[in-house]
Design a protein around this ligand. Structure first.
Ligand code: MN
Ligand code: MN
Length: 291
């Protein structure tokens, strides 16, 4: 397991490094997603989900649509969130690139929040205690964490395995990190109110039912490539958007809503996946070394 995780982590790191170079003003978001996914597939691994590119107030769950015309802005923030799976073992990591000096502080705050979170992460520590470190770091820089987004425990072929790592000391996250666990720790920091809401758009889906005869063709195609993990319609030129929409309405596909900061605040995010060892945690993507 650890071997597969380390391999996935190496690919995530290379993918993020490449994405950081690509994230220049005027670059099409579609180009970033496609090129980075190509790098992942070329490394003998697979995307664990479509490459997410979140511009400014878009916090999560946005990947380029087919023929997307969105570009990296001249000023703002761009989050790049990459997941790679090797034999079902998933590493999930993200960085934020500041475009223009007004947002360097916000990005620095999110990076610092991940740094202190990883410092707090060790076997026996409770997830809410990591959240306490995250909120403190965000506030020290004059910002807020995003209260309704969390990090998460990962299991084989399952990105969100139930247990969460909050971005504030939410004591309902009472579970302790224990040896053998895999966690994605991902502070989100904003200059807005600190809450995300749905924008009313879906760019990422996941297969949830596999026994529906009317959707057999779509199910077979999606399952062969993505299994139960999230995918982008971009990956399947042979399936048109009307069929995706029908499968979504019928409950065959789950859709992930694009999440935006509700007050329009800009959002920065850094994420690392850790393997909890006997007396420390192993960093799988080494995100903090990238920026
Ligand atoms: Mn992620
Ligand atoms: Mn994650």
């Amino acid at each position: 397991m650890l071997r597969a995780l380390r391999l996935a982590g190496d690919v995530v790191r290379q993918a993020l490094k490449y994405a950081i170079d690509l994230a220049q003003p005027g670059t099409p978001v579609l180009e970033i997603c496609e090129r980075v996914e190509k790098l992942i597939r070329g490394s003998g691994a697979k995307p664990a989900f479509p490459v997410n590119v979140g511009v400014n107030e878009v916090a999560a769950h946005y990947t380029a649509k087919r023929n997307d015309v969105l570009m990296v802005p001249r000023v703002g923030v761009v989050k790049i969130d990459v997941g790679v799976q090797r034999d079902g073992y998933i590493v999930d990591a993200a960085v934020t690139v500041a475009l223009g000096s007004p947002f360097e502080g916000l990005v620095r705050a999110a990076r610092e929040a991940l740094r202190v979170a990883l410092e707090a992460a060790r076997p026996g520590v409770k997830a809410w205690q990591i959240g306490m470190a995250i909120e403190r770091a965000a506030k020290r820089f004059g910002f807020r964490p995003v209260y309704n987004l969390t990090g998460h425990r990962i299991e084989r072929y399952t990105i969100h395995a139930g247990d969460v790592v909050p971005n504030y000391p939410d004591t309902s996250a009472s579970q302790a990190l224990k040896p053998g666990d895999i966690y994605a720790i991902e502070p989100f920091v904003t200059n807005g109110e600190g809450f995300v809401t749905e924008r009313g758009e879906i760019t990422i889906y996941r297969l949830t039912q596999t026994r529906r005869k009317e959707f057999r063709r779509l199910i077979d195609i999606v399952r062969a490539e993505a299994g139960p993990l999230p995918f982008s319609p971009r990956w399947f030129p042979q399936i048109d958007d009307a069929d995706i929409a029908a499968a979504h309405r019928a409950g065959v596909l789950h859709g992930y809503e694009v999440l935006v900061e509700r007050s329009g605040g800009f959002v920065a995010q850094f994420e690392e996946t850790v393997y909890v060892d006997e007396d420390s945690v192993i960093l799988l993507a080494d995100t903090l070394e990238l920026l």
